[in-house]
Design a protein around this ligand. Sequence first.
Ligand code: 1HE
Length: 262
Amino acid sequence: MQFEYSKITVQLEDNVAIATLNRAAKRNALDEDFIIQIEALFRQISDSEIKAVVLAANGKDFCAGLDLIEHHRQDRSAEEFMLVCRKWHKAFEAMQYSGVPVVAALKGAVVGGGLELAAAAHIRIADNSTYFALPEGQRGIFTGGGATVRVARLVGESRMMDMMLTGRIYKRQEAVDVGLCQYFDDSEDSLPKALEIAKKAAENPPLSNFAITSGISHIANMPSTDAFFAEAFIAGITNTQEASKARLAAFANKSAPKIKSS
Ligand code: 1HE
């Protein structure tokens, strides 16, 4: 499989792809071209045999958000920037709804649009260097890459408003406690842990992972009556798949591992 992206390198470890943001000199700031490449990559992954993705970054920072220099230089009109935001939405939706689990290995700055990107991943892992912030208020701008939905869901609206109004920074265990990430890895590099988790997720049947990542994401957008209806259909398809029959048979004949805490 060929991956031809100038701003993202892709390395395969069996059926797990490590997609690495590759604009370290600019702290992986997201210009228009970068956003187009993110969308193309996740559309390609969605049509591939890849079973899980680690989203990593070159350099010391995961992503410094919107390319502020490009935005400043282009002096965009309201309409132009609205269309830029729609491209961000499409790209991050391609990632969230690809059907393939995405594990973000976070480091350094995960700020502004960088947090919007991370929020579209299904699992987020921070290390000792990682910090989360929404500096839009200080820059005199607003989020435009999905944070009002995804970050607000992760941390709640009040906390998001505080982050945007005051520039408050979260890191380490506190970032887990408020919901910005699921894991704090007390190390200098979240990548090994992210890879371990991605490989574990890749062991699940692909249809189960599709249901878990896309199904839960779609259901979150629905009123509960519709959500229950959709859940029944997802379970109807997933819980009767061939792969589930084999795994249930293994449980019935006592060859499957039990779920125990130690
Ligand atoms: C950039 C960007 C960027 C770095 N756009 N070029 N995001 C922010 O408000 C964060 C802006 N960035 C920073 O606060 C800092 O750069 C960092 C804390 C991330 C890193 O600091 P540092 O000292 O390691 O690096 P630096 O010297 O500030 O930056 C290195 C280079 O990266 C430099 O370029 P150079 O050509 O002068 O070497 C910087 O200009 C460049 N760089 N960050 C463009 N963001 C859809 S709406 C989303 C809204 C948002 O995302 S708002 C949040 C924007």
